[in-house]
Write a protein that binds this ligand. Structure first.
Ligand SMILES: [Zn+2]
Length: 264
């Protein structure tokens, strides 16, 4: 997971969301107890927050990658516009809290683009805090008092300071790093397998650079140049699994390889 910069321009469809957010706040104040009990719930409309224009902008801001796992996945499945703070309910270890962060349902700052595996199967309504007592339970509360354990790709905190990779394996450096890995299952089998394969290929490129370094043949010099460019591109923000790749290549440079031994 890496930090992204969100476009300052709010996508046009969220213009309707300003009023919709306000309407939901008004509705809450007329029947707060019902919303808190779950007897009433808000209909946060995908037709406003999840439109093509919102999705396109988020995808561009995130280089087409999932905000959480850094996979480029949309060749096979469509991604979703996801709410960082859950819009409909919050699941905690102590149980479900209603009605969720309804007042941020159409708020640009609360949206990101994620793969179905991270979003629909892992994150869902989980949003743990360091101190549950600080949770904003309605729009009258101050969310800046919260210390979320889930990292935000668009937040103040740099995810790279909370999660490191040893080979293809993600490791938490902080409570937020640990919680984020846990909530999203960043070590899940299918994802780790794809990351591993990617890192193995780059390991070969890295080895070939060492092998051909100093070789005077013109074709070796040209090859070295291409191989070095390939490695440099693999850690750019637009590259898939760029955090894991950067940590792995740094380890290789230091003479360490944390990938499991290849079966081949
Ligand atoms: Zn993902």
């Amino acid at each position: 997971m890496i930090r992204h910069t969100k476009s300052a321009a709010v996508p046009s469809s969220l213009g309707r969301g300003v009023q919709a957010n306000e309407d939901n706040c008004t509705a809450y104040d007329t029947a707060a107890a019902d919303y808190r009990s779950g007897a009433r719930s808000f209909d946060i409309r995908k037709g406003i927050y999840g439109t093509d224009v919102v999705k396109r902008q988020l995808k561009a801001d995130q280089h087409d990658k999932c905000a959480f796992c850094e996979a480029i996945f949309d060749a096979n499945v469509a991604g979703d516009v996801e709410h960082y703070r859950p819009k409909g309910a919050v699941d905690t270890d102590a149980g479900r809290i209603y009605p969720g962060y309804y007042w941020l349902g159409y708020t640009w700052e609360n949206l990101c683009y994620a793969c179905p595996d991270c979003n629909s199967y892992r994150k869902r309504n989980w949003f743990p805090l360091e101190n549950e007592a600080n949770r904003a339970l309605d729009h009258h509360a101050d969310i800046t008092l919260e210390q979320p354990l889930l990292l935000d790709a668009y937040g103040q905190r740099n995810p790279r300071e909370h999660i490191v990779f040893r080979g293809e394996a993600a490791t938490g450096l902080t409570a937020a790093g640990d919680a984020t890995i846990d909530i999203l299952a960043l070590g899940r089998t299918t994802l780790a397998r794809e990351r591993l394969q990617h890192l193995r290929t780059l390991t070969l490129v890295h080895e070939s650079v060492s092998l051909f370094d100093g070789d005077p043949r013109p074709e070796a010099i040209a090859f070295l140049q291409r191989a070095r460019a390939e490695l440099a591109a693999a850690i750019l923000p637009g590259a898939r699994f760029s955090a894991a790749t950067a940590d792995h290549l740094a380890a290789l440079d230091a003479g360490e390889n944390f990938l499991p031994a290849s079966a081949a």
